[in-house]
Write a protein that binds this ligand. Structure first.
Ligand SMILES: Nc1ncnc2c1ncn2[C@@H]1O[C@H](COP(=O)(O)OP(=O)(O)OP(=O)(O)O)[C@@H](O)[C@H]1O
Length: 241
């Protein structure tokens, strides 16, 4: 297949994806043969009880962890067959991560936190542009301690998108925020999906967030219980939780 065609492939496909932590009597079956397809450019929300395997799935398709069995494809590349260096390059070139607790460097300003990424990325956007996209054009020289939780999370999002990622993973992005601030963060994530075309995958316990997704994947006990495609999507302003 010509290289240009790969960009139209689903962002992810998994077949029989299995993850077992530990061995013998202590083994934990975190993923029990997951088959899924994530079309390019979609916003996907993963819901499910604590311990059902959502973060494990994100970590494997995000190249942070390896499956025990089965296959995970990013476009036409089999992540399960990549060596460590190839996985590092995959993460560096294609993947942005946003976590619940921001993970910013406290001794660096917003601008410098984003620069950490743009300095090593292949085709980054300007740091100022990334911070403007998350509404922090005026706060570039502030340190994390001088910002609210929502602002710190927006710096983390700016850092994740500054490399122009193909996919943005958000693991409980609003988990530490009040509902008003959480809504602002969802707005930013929504804009990134719509305006930059990044495929977005959000793991959350805030079930109402699913109303803004194209596709909702319900997890239970290491397996997919149900996939729902939303006919109508709500804007973050219309979501109540
Ligand atoms: N590094 C690890 N070592 C051992 N067990 C693990 C490890 N990481 C996760 N697990 C186990 O795998 C299962 C799935 O965990 P995972 O974090 O993927 O669930 P989750 O759905 O994301 O949960 P939560 O909503 O609480 O974040 C759980 O039973 C968990 O305890």
């Amino acid at each position: 297949m010509a290289k240009d065609d790969t960009s139209q492939l689903p962002t992810f496909r998994t077949r029989g994806l299995t993850k077992v932590y530990g061995e013998g009597a202590a083994a934990v079956h975190a993923l029990r043969g997951v088959d899924l397809t994530i079309p390019k450019g979609e916003m996907v929300v993963l819901l499910g009880p604590s311990g059902s395997g959502k973060s494990t799935l994100l970590n494997i398709i995000g190249g942070l962890d390896r499956a025990t069995d089965g296959a995970a494809f990013f476009q036409d590349q089999n992540l399960s067959e990549m060596n460590d260096r190839a996985l590092t390059l995959y993460r560096r070139d294609h993947v942005g991560f946003v976590f619940q607790f921001y993970n910013l460097m406290p001794s660096l300003t917003a601008r410098e936190n984003v620069e950490l990424v743009t300095e090593i990325a292949d085709d980054p956007m300007e740091v100022e542009e990334a911070l403007r996209l998350v509404g922090l054009g005026e706060r570039m020289d502030h340190f994390p301690a001088q910002m609210s939780g929502g602002e710190q999370q927006r710096v983390a999002i700016a850092r994740a998108i500054a490399k122009n990622p193909t996919v943005l993973f958000c693991d409980e992005p609003t988990g530490a925020l009040d509902s008003k601030t959480g809504r602002q963060v969802l707005h930013v994530i929504n804009d990134i999906n719509r305006d930059l075309g990044a495929t977005v995958m959000i793991v959350t316990h805030a079930a109402a967030t699913a109303q803004m997704a194209h596709r909702v994947i319900h997890f239970a006990d290491g397996a997919i219980r149900e996939v729902v495609e939303n006919d109508t999507r709500l804007s973050p302003d219309e979501i109540h939780w």
